[in-house]
Write a protein that binds this ligand. Structure first.
Ligand SMILES: C[S@@+](CC[C@H](N)C(=O)[O-])C[C@H]1O[C@@H](n2cnc3c(N)ncnc32)[C@H](O)[C@@H]1O
Length: 220
C-alpha cells in the first residue's frame, strides 16, 4: 500500500504580503550569481546537440525521476524534451555517472536550473513550452525567496518562452505565481484545476491519490 501524502500546511494563509515588492525588485536588479563550472559543462554538451537539430524544445524543469519527461517525449514526437533536475538521486533510473542521458527525442540532465535557465537565455533555443511540475512548495512564510516566483532568477526564467505551465498542490503557491507572472508579463494568466487521471508525473499521481486539489497556472 502506498503512503498518503500530507496536504501542504503553512503559517502563511494568503498571498505573501511581500510578493509584489520582491518581484519588482528582481525585475530591476538582474541576477548575477556566477554559473557553476559543473552546470556550464553540462549545458555545453546539451547545447551542441540542440544546435545540431532543428526541433522545437519542451523544457521540463525540476523533472524529478524523469518520468514526466518520458511521457512528454511520447506525447510530442515532433519536439525535443529537455528534463533537468539537480537531485543526486532522482534521475538514477536513467542517468549513471555522467549526469547526462540522450535517446530519441529526450535529453535528461542532472544540473541546477538556476544556472541552466540563464545559459539558455544567452543562447538561441527555440522553446515551445516550459513545464514546472509540482515544485517544492517551501510553505513557511519566511521561504518566499525559495519559491520560483520569489527567486531573483524568476524574470529571466519566464522570458525563455511564451507558453509556461506550472502545476502545484498548494493553492497559495498557484495564486502567488499567477500574480507574479501578471506583474512581469502584463498578460492574463489562467489558473484552473488539473482534472485528469492521465498523470503527467509521479508527484501528480501521489497527490491525486492522496485526495489533494491540483492547480495549474498557464500562459499562452
Ligand atoms: C517535488 S519534486 C517534483 C518532481 C517532478 N516534477 C514530479 O512532478 O514528479 C521537485 C523537484 O525539483 C527539483 N529541483 C528543485 N530545485 C531545483 C533546481 N534549482 N534545479 C533543478 N532541479 C531542482 C528537486 O530535485 C525535485 O526533484
Amino acid at each position: 500500500m502506498t503512503t498518503k501524502s500530507s496536504i501542504v500546511t503553512s503559517n502563511q494563509t494568503a498571498v505573501h504580503k511581500d510578493l509584489e515588492n520582491s518581484v519588482r525588485k528582481h525585475l530591476t536588479n538582474s541576477f548575477r550569481k556566477p554559473y557553476r563550472p559543473f552546470s556550464a559543462e553540462i549545458f555545453h554538451k546539451t547545447n551542441e546537440i540542440i544546435n545540431s537539430l532543428d526541433m522545437p524544445i519542451i523544457l521540463d524543469s525540476g523533472c524529478g525521476t524523469g518520468e514526466s519527461s518520458h511521457i512528454l517525449s511520447k506525447q510530442n514526437t515532433d519536439a525535443l524534451i529537455v528534463g533537468i533536475d539537480k537531485s543526486e538521486k532522482r534521475l538514477d533510473k536513467f542517468i549513471s555517472n555522467d549526469n547526462f542521458y540522450d535517446k530519441d527525442n529526450l535529453i535528461l540532465i542532472r544540473a541546477d536550473v538556476i544556472d541552466i535557465w540563464r545559459m539558455i537565455k544567452q543562447s538561441n533555443w527555440n522553446i515551445k513550452k516550459h513545464y514546472l511540475l509540482y515544485p517544492n512548495p517551501w510553505p513557511k512564510k519566511n521561504q518566499l525567496k525559495r519559491r520560483w516566483h520569489g527567486h531573483p532568477v524568476f524574470p529571466e526564467m519566464i522570458s525563455l518562452c511564451d507558453q509556461i505551465e506550472l502545476r502545484t498542490n498548494w493553492q497559495i503557491y498557484a495564486e502567488e505565481y499567477k500574480q507574479a507572472m501578471e506583474i512581469v508579463t502584463n498578460k492574463n494568466v489562467i489558473m484552473d484545476s488539473v482534472e485528469t487521471i492521465d498523470f503527467i508525473s509521479p508527484f501528480e499521481k501521489k497527490y491525486y491519490d492522496s485526495g489533494h486539489e491540483l492547480y495549474r497556472v498557464s500562459t499562452f
